[in-house]
Design a protein around this ligand. Structure first.
Ligand code: URP
Ligand code: ZN
Ligand code: ZN
Length: 462
């Protein structure tokens, strides 16, 4: 099987040039001007960008959470990702308290097997780390799980204490793996939550109003301090506020290997989008919550100057009907999470590149190249180069569309970005040399996605 992509504008994190790309089986084997070899399939990419497939390193597919399970499984979620130009995900396996991490890995492998339509890796959510089981982390790194998420939020569910975080970080310092932190002071937030409930404040917006940005800033600062003491790097997930950004910036200015991602919801939505009548705000209940609007430009600034290195989605969809509705009358019972896996590339292209907040190269760096480097997949993934996997998106920068639950492919009954118009969209998506999306039709098959045994993170690039 061979594929020749002609006349496209190749855009990577570093380059921007017109050339042809030749793919044999699943790999890019030649890039050059006016290539004339025979190929089984020839695609004309004139007027289009030829970009590496998007990499979303923060998804929750088929995840039990908040008394229910996220509504996209590995088939529907990865299909939706592909429609949006994402060809690799790193999802979160969750260790159930009192069990071994290895058990969780086996469970998540089964969830993905026979279903995933694009390549996938896993992080491990650590809920329990007795000294006798520390070596489980080493075993997981050998299996390609080179990142571990720990929570400072969700008391009695996922929250672990500082000693556990410190021990995990000390361990990753020795293996080269990376600790990913959900940084919010969950115990303090819980005091505010209990007070709100006692005062009869039970509507969805109180989820946001009880989670101060200072609680995020404090936890980011504490994560960094713990990482410094452990001699380990740290990666803050779903950073949402300027308070938190300032802490990351301060650490990086001191040369500390502290990294962070943000997500489209924090760049495009704010508290101004809440305050709707009835239970509608539940659609925007996720953690950390939406912030005051002025934080958005600060986050864009962070992305521009590399205080933030990655945009992921934290895709964790729950249907409004029957799932979000579990929290009618009590915001603490609303399953936390929102759908986003399908529109990350378009939103960041539109709000970033079209609005001149970031360059085209930076768009690719934030959504594909740095995710691959940070999470041990580069240069197999994350670039257009000879020897790399042929995960390629032909992107039409002029194609306009309106985001809507009526047309999206995620298995969820609403969109966080309903009615938002964007310019720039997928034309064709190729995963390991196979065309899986073309003309808005899906051509991939459930189960074709491969598990990615990731190597350890690449701090060398910073
Ligand atoms: O609200 C969210 N973010 N749900 C998913 C779990 C997490 O904290 O990432
Ligand atoms: Zn989280
Ligand atoms: Zn998450």
């Amino acid at each position: 099987m061979s594929l020749l992509i002609k006349n496209g504008r190749i855009i990577t994190a570093e380059h921007d040039y017109i050339a042809d790309v030749f793919v044999e089986k699943d790999t890019i084997t030649l890039i050059g001007k006016d290539l004339s070899m025979q190929a089984d399939t020839v695609l004309d990419a004139k007027g289009k960008y030829v970009i590496p497939g998007g990499i979303d390193v923060h998804t929750h597919l088929d995840m039990p959470f908040g008394g229910t399970t996220s509504s996209d499984d590995f088939e529907t979620g990865t299909r939706a990702a592909a429609f949006g130009g994402t060809t690799t995900i790193v999802d979160f396996a969750t260790q159930a308290k009192g069990t071994r991490m290895r058990d969780a890995l086996d469970i998540w492998w089964k969830k993905a097997e026979g279903k995933a339509t694009i390549d996938y890796g896993f992080h491990m959510i650590v809920t329990d780390l007795p000294d006798a089981h520390m070596e489980d982390m080493t075993e997981l790194v050998r299996e390609g799980i080179s990142s571990f998420k720990l929570f400072m939020a969700y008391p009695n569910v996922l929250l672990v204490d500082d000693a556990t975080i410190f021990k995990a970080m000390r361990h990753t310092a020795s293996t080269g793996a990376l600790v990913c932190m959900h940084a919010e002071n969950g115990n303090v937030i819980d005091v505010a939550v209990q007070k709100a409930l006692a005062e009869g404040k039970r509507a969805p917006i109180y989820h946001a109003l009880t989670r101060a940005t200072t609680a995020e800033g404090e936890a980011v600062n504490r994560s960094i301090a713990l990482a410094e003491m452990a001699g380990a790097p740290v990666y803050i997930v779903h950073l949402s506020s300027n308070d938190a950004l300032e802490k990351i910036t301060e650490a990086r200015d001191r040369g500390i290997p502290a990294f962070a991602e943000t997500c489209p919801q924090y760049l495009f939505l704010s508290l101004d989008d809440m305050g709707k009548p009835g239970f509608e705000d539940a659609k925007l209940v996720f953690t950390p919550p939406l912030r005051e609007k002025w934080n958005q430009e600060k986050l864009w600034g962070g992305l521009r100057r590399n205080a933030l290195q990655i945009v992921s989605t934290d895709h964790c969809p729950f249907c409004f009907h029957e799932q979000k509705e579990l929290g009618i009358g009590d915001f603490t019972k609303i399953p936390n999470g929102g759908p986003g896996i399908e529109h990350r590339m378009q939103l960041i292209h539109d709000g970033g590149v079209n609005e001149k907040r970031i360059t085209l190269n930076r768009w690719i760096e934030l959504t594909s190249t740095t995710p691959a480097k940070m999470f041990g997949m580069f240069p197999k993934k994350g670039t257009i180069a000879v020897g790399s996997d042929a995960d390629i998106v032909l992107w039409d920068p002029e194609k306009e569309f309106t985001i809507s639950a009526h047309t999206h492919h995620m298995r969820v009954d609403y969109s966080m970005f309903e009615g938002k118009k964007v310019k720039g969209n997928v034309d064709t998506v190729i995963s390991r040399g196979e065309i899986i999306v073309k003309d808005n039709e899906f051509h991939g098959k459930a189960g074709r996605g491969n598990y990615l045994k990731r190597s350890t993170y690449g701090a060398a690039w910073w």
